[in-house]
Design a protein around this ligand. Structure first.
Ligand SMILES: C[S@@+](CC[C@H](N)C(=O)[O-])C[C@H]1O[C@@H](n2cnc3c(N)ncnc32)[C@H](O)[C@@H]1O
Length: 260
């Protein structure tokens, strides 16, 4: 897949929920925050994935519609909902939404825009399908810092792949682009959890292709890069079974569309 395409998550289905789920304490903070902006809906979630956020939102009373490029991710969403369709699901691309203008009271897009080279087009589409004075709730996904970032930088250089995502990586750019489309930033919230990881486990995950940023490298290149990263990390940090702290976070930005 070249850098010009969005990243479809078909290959992540088997481990996505295990590696990305937030604690129930974080979810208890997150869902009311989104619900405050999305209200009773209808709320469109772009890149709805396995329903990590849409399912609890729907359960809390917001009428959801989910859209994703990946049918396997949405099949998992249905499985996570107990095997029945919890709300309408649409297989489509964020940059060309199959909805009429002003169809939704709100839209949600979490950890997706960093995957889409045409993220500006996706924003235009969001603004088109959300009603005047409606809300956009967005988390572009943050660049990580600390050991993970350093391990990824070594790995990416050795595998000859970019170490930044193919879509948007900067919240300031998002604010400016949405400002041009008549949407004003009204709230920001960060929910974070500190977790522990092992250096060895992180390198194994990079090698295994767990993170979408590593999908640009084939298996052989990932193994070569893993061996290089292991040598580098041992020299830099010592024994690789030691652990380090990292932050898992959702950084929400809410924008209000103009009323006209
Ligand atoms: C990192 S997952 C996030 C899933 C969910 N939003 C969450 O927070 O758990 C990214 C999702 O966006 C989807 N995706 C990527 N590019 C897309 C596009 N251009 N249009 C629609 N969905 C897209 C992927 O298939 C994947 O399911």
């Amino acid at each position: 897949m070249d850098r010009g395409e969005s990243l479809v998550f078909d290959r992540a289905v088997e481990y996505y929920d295990r590696t990305r789920s937030l604690s129930s304490a974080s979810m208890d903070k997150l869902i009311p925050l989104i619900r405050r902006d999305a209200g009773d809906g209808p709320c469109l979630e772009i890149g709805v994935g396995t329903g990590r956020i849409a399912l609890p939102l729907q359960a809390g009373g917001t009428a959801m519609v989910g859209l994703d490029l990946s049918q396997p991710m949405m099949r998992r969403l249905v499985h996570n909902a107990g095997g029945r369709l919890p709300f309408p699901l649409v297989a489509a691309d964020a940059s060309s939404l199959p909805f009429a203008d002003d169809s939704f009271a709100a839209a949600l897009i979490v950890h997706v825009l960093h995957l889409i080279p045409e993220w500006r087009r996706a924003l235009e589409e969001l603004v088109r399908v959300v009603r005047p004075a409606g809300a956009l709730v967005i988390d572009i996904g943050r660049e990580t810092k600390g050991p993970f970032r350093d391990l990824l930088a070594q790995f990416a250089a050795a595998a000859n792949i970019p170490e930044t995502h193919r879509g948007i990586n900067d919240a300031g750019e998002l604010d400016a682009a949405l400002g041009e489309l008549g949407a004003e930033l009204t709230q920001t919230h960060v929910i974070e959890e500190v977790r522990r990881a092992g250096y060895d486990k992180t390198i194994e995950a990079l090698e295994a292709g767990t993170y979408s940023i590593t999908w640009a490298a084939d298996e052989a290149a990932r193994h070569r890069a893993g061996a290089h990263t292991r040598r580098w990390a041992e020299a830099r940090y010592g024994p690789l079974d030691r652990r380090y702290d990292y932050r898992l976070e959702i950084a929400l930005r809410t924008y209000r569309l103009s009323g006209f």
